[in-house]
Structures are given as structure tokens and as C-alpha cells.
Design a protein around this ligand. Structure first.
Ligand code: UD1
Length: 361
């Protein structure tokens, strides 16, 4: 009998991850209904990813939009519960990463006795002030299948007593990068996107609530970026652009603000940058894979493996630490801590062989 599953996505990076896995699920003969929660809804935050990555439009859009954590999570839960009740039998609900969409979907499925598979399981920052950390811990605890990107993720789960249903698959973002880097560079020439030559700019992103929502921290980030030795290209997430306006922050001309970019444009800019400054998780890994030095503007990282060999330096927003890190040019071996680009196939293969055993319920 064909296996039928429901996948829930809602935020930008999840569209990229699901694009990789959905293709492999289809190739393995697994039937998938894609549900979009609507957490990200602007065309530049959602539709562009479906178009660029050739993902069929979601079967269902729950249309929740932006709101407080409780309202957003609650709305997704209410509407997803209705969809799952109407849609009939699924064998599994598949979720990605650590957003409110991930958490809400996991809670609903768990209470409906529907096993959950979590892609990007086992990540921990150790910082419970991050909403993402709360989302990860709860999602992992309730998931029956835990698809880990790395050994460390498996160890993190074991430390919390989670060993059943755990597998190392590698990171699906690596699959995506390998599949799309050439087309990204061919389709989006850097010279047509920005006024700077390759290796003559830094690429920066800031979107985490703990930075963007704090006026002093956001001002420090702007000052920091303005003080660097090269111009900065900053594609601005809507959360950050809203806060820049609200806090009346003036951005100097050496910082080139761009609207939110699609995946391919971002990969192309990344391939030409001298270094990356970011608080994003995904970008830390993409920089690592493309052998671009990364400065992480946070006090910790979940992607600890990227710091080995000096490829990623966690500096918080300390200008001296940032400048020191930028002056160093890492050259070390990286190994393959997140697999070699076949995570999607591995996940599809585990699902094909899965008999529903190992369910926590
Ligand atoms: C969410 C995730 C974060 C992830 C990020 C990826 C949570 C708790 N956070 O953060 O883990 O790294 O997505 O991008 O789930 N907005 C728009 N248009 C949109 C979407 C958002 O204008 O299409 C604005 C709204 O003002 C909204 C704000 O951005 O209030 C934040 O959006 P939200 O989805 O709440 O969180 P993100 O910061 O995007």
C-alpha cells in the first residue's frame, strides 16, 4: 500500500529543505500532501522559493500570517487539526527545523496519535531565551523519527534520553546547495545585483528576534557593519526592516540594503562575498560549505561543527572580536560533519522501510 504523509512548512528555510526531501519522497513512491501554515506569506518570503526550487504549490494554505507566538501557534494548531481531521489517514507528519510552524504541527499531530518525523533533529544552542530552542526541544521529545544532520545532534538527543527512532542523515541544506549552486551563479550574476566586485564586499543578514527586536543591539549591529573595511550587502528580513524604521535607525551608505532575496540570488551573493556576518543558522552552514569565513553575530551557535578550523567565529556583536576574526583567513580541512549531499535520499529510504514501529505513543 502506498504510504501517505503530510508535510508542514511555514517559513523561508523550510521551503528549501522540503524542496529537497519532497523530490526524493516522490521518487520513492511516497505520497505527500504539503501544508503551508502561512507563517511567511510575502511573495519574497514564500512564493519565490516554490518557483525557484520547482516545488508544486502547497495542497493547503492555512493562512495564519504574523502574530504573537501564542496566537500564531494557536492558529496553526486550530487550522491544522481541522485539515488532519478532514484529510483522512496519514501515516506520518513531517516537520522541519525549529519554527513556530514546526512546534504547532508537532503538538497537533502528537495529540491526534499521528507519528511525527523531524528533519533537523537534535540541534541545541543551550539558550532557552530563543523561541527556536523551545520549539526544538518540544518537537524532538514528541517525534517518533528523528533525522539528525550530524553526530553531535545525535549526542544531544542521547543526553536527553532520546535514542529510539534516531538516525544520522546529513543535512538537507547541503543537498540543496549542491543541487542549485551552479544554476544560481549562472542565473544571478553578481554584477547585475550589486555594485561591488566579487571578494570586495561582505554579505550580512540579521533577523533573529533577540537582535532585531532590541533597539540597542540592532543599533550596535548597524554601527558594527558600518565600521568594516569593505562595503556590506544586507538583504533585509521584514522583521529587521520593520524594526529599523520603528527604532529610527539611519543606515549609512556603505551598507547596501536589499529586499529579502530568493534562494538562488542569496547563493550567488554568497559565492562572491569575502566573508559572511550573520545571526542565521542556515547561512552559517552555507558559508562553511562554500569555504567562506563566517562571523556569527550571536553568543552561541547550534552549528558547532562550522567553528572547527576557524571557518565560523562566534563573536556576538563585539566589534573587536569581529575585526580580529575577519583578519584571519581560515584554510583548515572541514571534513563532512553534515554529510555529503544525500540527506534527502536517506530520509526517503528510512521512511520507505519504516513500519510505524518506534512510535513514542
Ligand atoms: C521565523 C522563525 C525563525 C526562522 C525564520 C526564518 C519562529 C519563532 N521563528 O522567524 O526561527 O529563522 O522564521 O526566516 O518561528 N513578516 C513579513 N512578511 C512575511 C513574514 C514575516 O512582513 O512574509 C514580518 C512580520 O512583521 C512578522 C515578522 O516579520 O511579525 C516576523 O515573522 P515571524 O514569522 O514571526 O518570525 P521570523 O522572524 O520570520
Amino acid at each position: 500500500m502506498t504510504m501517505r504523509i503530510c508535510t508542514v512548512v511555514g517559513a523561508r528555510p523550510q521551503f528549501i529543505k522540503a524542496a529537497v526531501v519532497s523530490r526524493e519522497l516522490a521518487a520513492a513512491g511516497i505520497e505527500e500532501d504539503l501544508v503551508h501554515t502561512g507563517q511567511h506569506y510575502d511573495s519574497s518570503m514564500s512564493r519565490v522559493f516554490f518557483d525557484e526550487l520547482y516545488v508544486p504549490a502547497p495542497a493547503v494554505d492555512l493562512g495564519v500570517g504574523s502574530a504573537s507566538h501564542a496566537i500564531q501557534t494557536g492558529l496553526i494548531m486550530t487550522r491544522l487539526e481541522q485539515h488532519l481531521s478532514d484529510a483522512g489517514h496519514y501515516r506520518l507528519l513531517l516537520v522541519y527545523g525549529d519554527t513556530n510552524s514546526t512546534l504547532a504541527a508537532t503538538l497537533v499531530a502528537s495529540k491526534m496519535q499521528l507519528p511525527v518525523g523531524h528533519v533537523e533533529a537534535g540541534l541545541r544552542s543551550g539558550n532557552l531565551r530563543m523561541p527556536e530552542e523551545i520549539n526544538r526541544i518540544v518537537t524532538d521529545r514528541l517525534s517518533s523519527l528523528l533525522f539528525c544532520p550530524s553526530e553531535l545532534a545525535v549526542e544531544n538527543l542521547a543526553a536527553e534520553g532520546l535514542t529510539e527512532g534516531v538516525s544520522i542523515t546529513g543535512d538537507v541544506m547541503r543537498d540543496a546547495l549542491e543541487q542549485f549552486i551552479d544554476v544560481a551563479k549562472a542565473r544571478f550574476d553578481i554584477s547585475r545585483m550589486i555594485d561591488h566586485e566579487a571578494d570586495r564586499y561582505y554579505l550580512a543578514t540579521v533577523h533573529r528576534a533577540e537582535t532585531a527586536d532590541d533597539p540597542d543591539r540592532l543599533r550596535s549591529v548597524v554601527d558594527l557593519l558600518a565600521s568594516l573595511d569593505l562595503p556590506v550587502v544586507w538583504p533585509v528580513h521584514p522583521r529587521a526592516s520593520k524594526r529599523l524604521k520603528e527604532f529610527n535607525l539611519t543606515v549609512p551608505g556603505s551598507i547596501n540594503l536589499l529586499p529579502p532575496l530568493g534562494y538562488l540570488e542569496m547563493l550567488s551573493l554568497l559565492s562572491g562575498t569575502k566573508a559572511v556576518l550573520t545571526d542565521s543558522g542556515g547561512l552559517q552552514k552555507e558559508a562553511f560549505w562554500l569555504r567562506k569565513p563566517c562571523i556569527t553575530l550571536r553568543s552561541e551557535t547550534e552549528w558547532v561543527e562550522t567553528t572547527r578550523g576557524g571557518w565560523n567565529t562566534v563573536t556576538d556583536i563585539d566589534p573587536d572580536r569581529v575585526r580580529t576574526a575577519l583578519a584571519q583567513r581560515p584554510t583548515g580541512e572541514q571534513g563532512a560533519p553534515y554529510g555529503r549531499g544525500d540527506a534527502g535520499k536517506e530520509i526517503a529510504s528510512i521512511l520507505t522501510g519504516w513500519q510505524g514501529k518506534g512510535s513514542r505513543r
